[in-house]
Write a protein that binds this ligand. Structure first.
Ligand SMILES: C[S@@+](CC[C@H](N)C(=O)[O-])C[C@H]1O[C@@H](n2cnc3c(N)ncnc32)[C@H](O)[C@@H]1O
Ligand code: FES
Length: 454
């Protein structure tokens, strides 16, 4: 049978615990990127597939790559050799010679010896009851998270700037030099910084997302995750009590908190708004209500999609000034209005063709959602639609993982909020008097529930 690709390159990117030789720490991921770039540069992507793979058993010789159909093993490959491999082997069809790679017998012997060693080590660990690495990583997962959040909170990546010593970073941040150096070193270990000759530089992600002047500066939005940390520390107590123990109403939160929250929502919404709006049939829709519309990112997408659409963004009076600022910055003013109110206690007006409710239902308890949907029905014209966007759980409420964890995010941060299953949404919608209830699957973590007012 003909193969869909002329060649397949497998590059080992396996990571292993500290101290155990592995390709991930010998440059495997960099080699994978370099080979992909060389293949793209030569316009070979339709003929040559380059993929990462797990351990091949020659870890001491990493990073390793194999090219099929020849089955040629390249060991200890330097990133600057990617060019030669692509030019001579992937493009020219001539496997490289004279690199000193082991012959087939040596490879077979070393792989077999490696397998035996791994089996022995696993058996010894199992006997001694040592925690599996994955379980250990799960238990200690808070440590890397806290390191990154502290760096974001201190604005450390901006202080590193174009490169700085630990003492210079500490002086810029007015932090303790010894502690700052430990934090910088940990960030190198986590791959966010690089270190050479006692000087630190931002790695690719830090330079792109985490520092002042970055092309996709995400610092304001990430401050929301910084603010979530204290709440998550109360999870044990929340599970005992069944509700958030450090609860404060959204309307009463500090301006800093609200700004970071709306910035985080805006970042996510801006990426999703266009495909979400494109998934909806908007023929005949004139007036849209965006309930809890935050920054107005979805309102902007609705007005961009159809010139006849006007959107009212309903949100708390502490938030609508931010909405107006985001809308003014976007340049799509005129057809977006704001309406101050509390969605739990106030009515939403009337005469809408579509009510959009994005990332709102999870803040509420089941009874609050039913009340809200009844008021939404009152606000809609006959034949009008309600569109709910949220993290929707499966029937057992155990997947997707993001939604299952999000239910806890709501437990620690709200009185009654949670993540819900599509059966729960469908029941509330039916009980509120909607018909034609439909789930619309979207790529990514959220889906839509759409229903029609008869
Ligand atoms: C998770 S954000 C979602 C924002 C936006 N809909 C989106 O999908 O990106 C929740 C929004 O609901 C607003 N909100 C929270 N409680 C509210 C209330 N009681 N009344 C009105 N709006 C509220 C917040 O200000 C925020 O804009
Ligand atoms: S980790 Fe790459 S060959 Fe073992």
């Amino acid at each position: 049978m003909p193969s869909p690709f002329v060649r397949h390159v497998l590059v080992c990117t396996q990571d292993k615990p500290d101290g155990v030789p592995c390709c991930a720490r010998k440059g495997g991921p960099g080699l994978l990127d370099a080979l992909r770039a060389e293949v793209a540069k030569r316009d070979l992507a339709d003929d040559v597939l380059v993929t990462g793979c797990g351990c091949m058993g020659l870890c001491d010789r990493g990073p390793n790559a194999i090219v099929y159909p020849e089955g040629r093993w390249y060991t200890e490959v330097r990133p600057d050799e990617a060019h030669r491999i692509a030019e001579e082997h992937l493009s020219g069809g001539a496997p490289l010679t004279g690199r000193g790679d082991p012959d087939d017998d040596t490879i077979r012997r070393e792989v077999a010896a490696h397998r035996a060693k791994v089996r022995q080590a696993l058996a010894a660990r199992a006997k001694a009851g040592v925690l599996p690495d994955e379980l250990n990583a799960l238990v200690r997962g808070f440590q890397p998270s806290r390191v990154v959040l502290t760096a974001v909170e201190l604005d450390l990546f901006s202080a590193v700037g174009d490169g700085a010593s630990a003492a210079e970073v500490a002086a810029r941040l007015q932090t303790h030099p010894r502690a700052t150096e430990a934090l910088l070193n940990a960030l190198v270990a986590l791959g966010l910084l690089e270190k050479q000759d006692e000087r630190f530089r931002n790695g690719d992600w830090a330079a792109l997302y985490l520092c002042a002047g970055a092309a996709h500066d995400s610092r304001a939005a990430l401050m929301h995750s910084v603010h979530l940390w204290p709440r998550w520390s109360t999870l044990t107590e929340c599970v005992r009590k069944g509700t958030a123990v450090a609860f404060d109403e959204m309307a009463g939160r500090s301006q800093d908190w609200t700004e970071a929250f709306i910035a985080a929502m805006h970042k996510g919404a801006t990426a999703r708004a266009q495909p979400v709006v494109a998934a909806l049939e908007l023929e005949g829709v004139r007036r849209v209500l965006d309930l809890g519309g935050g920054s107005g990112a979805y309102a902007m997408a609705f007005t961009r999609a159809r010139p006849e659409i006007e959107v009212t963004v309903f949100d708390l009076p502490t938030v609508t000034p931010l909405t107006r600022r985001y809308v003014a910055d976007s340049g799509v003013q005129g057809r977006i209005h704001t309406l101050d109110g509390d969605l739990r206690t106030d009515s939403y007006g009337s005469g809408y063709d579509l009510v959009f409710i994005s990332a709102i239902c999870h803040m509420n308890g089941p009874g609050e959602n039913l009340d809200m949907l009844r008021k939404v029905k009152d606000a809609l014209n006959p034949g009008g639609r309600v569109v709910i966007q949220d993290f929707i759980l499966n029937e057992e409420k155990t997947a997707p993982t993001f939604a299952a964890l999000f239910a806890l995010n709501m437990l620690v941060g709200t009185r009654e909020g949670s993540a819900y299953s599509d059966a729960e949404y469908a029941n509330w919608l039916a009980e509120a008097g909607f018909g034609d209830v439909n789930r619309v699957a979207l790529p990514g973590p959220t889906d839509l529930m759409v229903a029609v007012k008869p």
